[in-house]
Design a protein around this ligand. Structure first.
Ligand code: ADP
Length: 425
């Protein structure tokens, strides 16, 4: 039976979470959306449902999340984990608060923690303020995100603005004292009428203590970092069998390609490093994409020509600077601008599959969602780690096996694309 049921608001976040669970000894299966009909979850200890609900209207995000909840409860999940980005990516209208409160109501959970901290990936939380690689969230590059610009680092205030209930905090002075003190602080906050609690965490030991403190909670929420403290609860209760994730992970034969739609600083640097290393590259012009099919057709033709010529996989990217992104968004609106580019990435993914590509390296959370959707991948098995938060994965349950490295925009070192490709050959 499934022990832990997870609902992730985007695809790369789901994969990142699944990797953390696998690394801590839980056999984990990831499904794209709520599966229709019967699925064989292969006796997974944890199931992660990857949604694409981060930036859709709050009401739709709530509906999708409640569907995922029903599926996970039917699979036997004892505890539900709502996973969002470690940089708390959301808009002023939601969706973290509305989804959390809807899950709370259905699960009759009176208090749920919210802890996006992920120290290994440079995200820490102190006095409710989120830091990204040592900078306040609002002073990091996330302030220029194309879809969810984060300009307020005070997560109590951010979450409160999205929630109907009352948001409190468990500060680091309490967290550092360990799981008993954290449990007591959660009880005290519950008695004060708080229903959501931002919990500080600076190092992995904080996450483990928080994990232990929430062992009996029906609902918890956070980034994937908090997942490192959860498997131990099930192991302590004698419910978890030993599990080795990397044994036997094979890469399918076939060609490779890189698709990038993230405009994050990290991805921009990774693209430059890949070009310098000799990856053949094609830059999509979003203004041309908006005007008809010619640009994407041009990219498809270029891929067909290049795929058999270069020793390194071809790279197609829409990635652009904050100024260029802003110009495009002013012309088409933020949501439509994203859609135009994602539609093109879907066409490219299908074309690549058609010309024999079976190993895809994808940069960007929304972009990865679009690619997986276009390829019709129903379930993913989690394999070896490429960078913190990013594993190679392999499709299961479809006709053909495809390997996918799905990278959240900000993750990975400058040589990420070479590293991922090198591991797969
Ligand atoms: P990240 O993981 O960095 O958040 P995402 O793929 O989730 O990356 O989000 C990037 C968004 O920006 C996507 O919706 C993508 O289609 C859009 N986008 C990509 N290139 C451009 C561009 N040149 N101009 C405007 N938007 C773009």
């Amino acid at each position: 039976m499934t022990l832990l049921g997870c609902i992730a608001d985007d695809l790369t976040g789901a994969t990142d979470l699944a990797l953390n669970l696998v690394r801590n000894g839980m056999k984990t299966v990831q499904v794209s959306g709520v599966p229709e009909g019967e699925v064989d979850l292969d006796r997974a200890d944890a199931v992660v449902v990857a949604l694409k609900s981060r930036t859709i209207p709050a009401r739709a995000a709530v509906e999708q999340s409640l569907n995922a909840l029903d599926f996970l409860l039917a699979a036997g999940a004892e505890q539900i984990f709502f996973k969002y980005c470690s940089t708390f990516d959301s808009t002023d209208q939601g969706n973290i608060g509305p989804v959390l409160e809807a899950l709370q109501e259905k699960l009759r959970s009176d208090v749920a923690i919210a802890c996006p901290a992920f120290p290994e990936a440079g995200r820490s939380l102190f006095q409710g303020h989120l830091f990204v690689n040592g900078r306040l969230l609002s002073e990091s590059s996330l302030r220029n995100h194309p879809l969810t610009p984060m300009r307020d680092p005070d997560l109590v205030r951010v979450l409160q603005s999205q929630s109907a209930g009352s948001v409190g905090i468990v500060p680091w002075e309490t967290v550092r004292k360990g799981h008993v003190a954290i449990s007591e602080a959660i009880d005290a906050a519950r008695n004060e009428g708080r229903n959501l609690l931002i919990v500080d965490a600076i190092v992995d030991d904080d996450l483990r203590a928080i994990g232990q403190a929430v062992a009996g909670h029906k609902l918890i929420s956070g980034g994937s970092g908090i997942a490192i403290g959860l498997p131990e609860n099930f192991r302590r209760a004698g419910k978890l069998n030993p599990y080795d994730p990397v044994a036997g992970f094979d890469y399918p034969a076939g060609k490779g390609a890189v698709l990038a739609g993230s405009c994050s600083e990290a991805t921009r640097q990774q693209i430059q490093t890949a070009i310098d290393a000799g990856f053949p590259a094609f830059q999509l012009d979003p203004f041309k994409l908006a005007k008809g099919n010619a640009e994407v057709q041009h990219a498809c033709d270029w891929l067909s020509e290049t795929i058999n010529q270069a020793p390194l996989p071809p790279l197609v990217y829409s990635t652009a600077s904050p100024d260029e992104v802003r110009d495009f968004q002013i012309e088409y609106g933020r949501d439509r601008a994203g859609e135009i580019v994602e539609e093109a990435q879907k066409v490219l993914a299908r074309h690549l599959f058609g010309i024999g590509v079976r190993r895809f390296i994808v940069a960007g959370g929304e972009t990865s969602g679009a690619v997986v959707d276009a390829l019709g991948v129903p379930m993913l098995e989690i394999g070896p780690e490429i960078a913190p938060g990013v594993p190679w994965t392999r499709s299961i349950g479809g006709d053909e096996t495809i390997a996918l490295a799905l990278k959240s925009g900000n993750f990975g070192d400058a040589d990420f694309f070479s590293k991922a490709w090198g591991m797969s050959i």
